[in-house]
Design a protein around this ligand. Sequence first.
Ligand code: FAD
Length: 314
Amino acid sequence: MTALVIAEHRGGQLAASARRAVSAARRLDAAVELLVIGGEEAAAAAEAAAAVEGVERVLCCAGEAYAAQLAEPLAARVAELAEQRGYTAVLAAASSLAKDFLPRVAAALDVAMLSDVTAIEDAETFQRPLYGGSVIARLRCREPVRVMTVRGTAFPGASDGGEAPVERLEPGAAPALSRLLEERLSDSGRPELTAARVVVAGGRGLRDEAGVRELEALADQLGAAIGATRGAVDDGLLPSDAQVGLTAKVVAPELYIAVGLSGAIYHVSGMKDSRVVVAINTDEEAPIMQLADYALAADLFEALPRLRRALAAD
Ligand code: FAD
């Protein structure tokens, strides 16, 4: 058995999620190959990928058609490789990019897709959450190729220590069905939400600009990423790329500080694997207060300035 992991990368750097996908692939009892596909910068990321422990070979496919990381060309090239090389599994960390292109790969190979896998028991048996994490489904998949996204937060990141050879591939299939018109990158200077060790998340309770400033000040003081509920996003308080939850990003930081958010199941399913949860809410009965390791029943407009002063005095 050989598994192909598709590694995410940006600016020549390998994403942390790629290392987690490698750990997941190793549980399949398969030889693991890693594909770095993209524009010219893919070569630098492939060099970094070669050092990841447990990777037997790195495939580097650099081509103009893949530079924009659009789903159609990526899916076509990955499906082509899977057919040519007979991989028994094709997987990637469950990012918005992988959720876009991997189901297309499954369709092209005419196999079922496994999404959001959180545990791999053996090469045929998988677990994934359903209904916002309230049910864990155990699935048996006997497809000739297991195509799956794995939840990064459920697998440790493979460390360095490998010395895999890098094989350069010529660009291949790349249907030009769509093109990238513009990319707007938000540069907050804060850590990336899904990789951050500390997340400070805000909900509707932030109320207005003053609440958002309080949240941002705490995040900056802790070097934390900012998370949001859908309530806060819908109210225009925080950006949609900060949303955490079932229909958004899944995080599992060391510390999750939930400020002015109720803890609706849709939100909780995206953060419940956080190691330590602190909740600040005026309502002692709010669900997040039951789930939190430390629950502070207080008005955030009083609690956050006090917390920041205490941290500054430390
Ligand atoms: P609220 O539930 O209104 O909670 C606000 C909280 O702030 C309250 O607990 C209140 O006591 C507290 N508060 C108010 N003032 C203060 C103050 N001054 N100081 C301290 N605390 C205060 N939501 C997500 O977050 N992520 C998702 O991915 C997601 N997906 C969804 C998918 C579907 C299909 C549906 C139907 C909903 C989804 N939702 C999602 C929405 C979710 O159900 C909730 O509506 C949302 O999470 C609530 O946001 P909130 O906690 O900010 O707001």
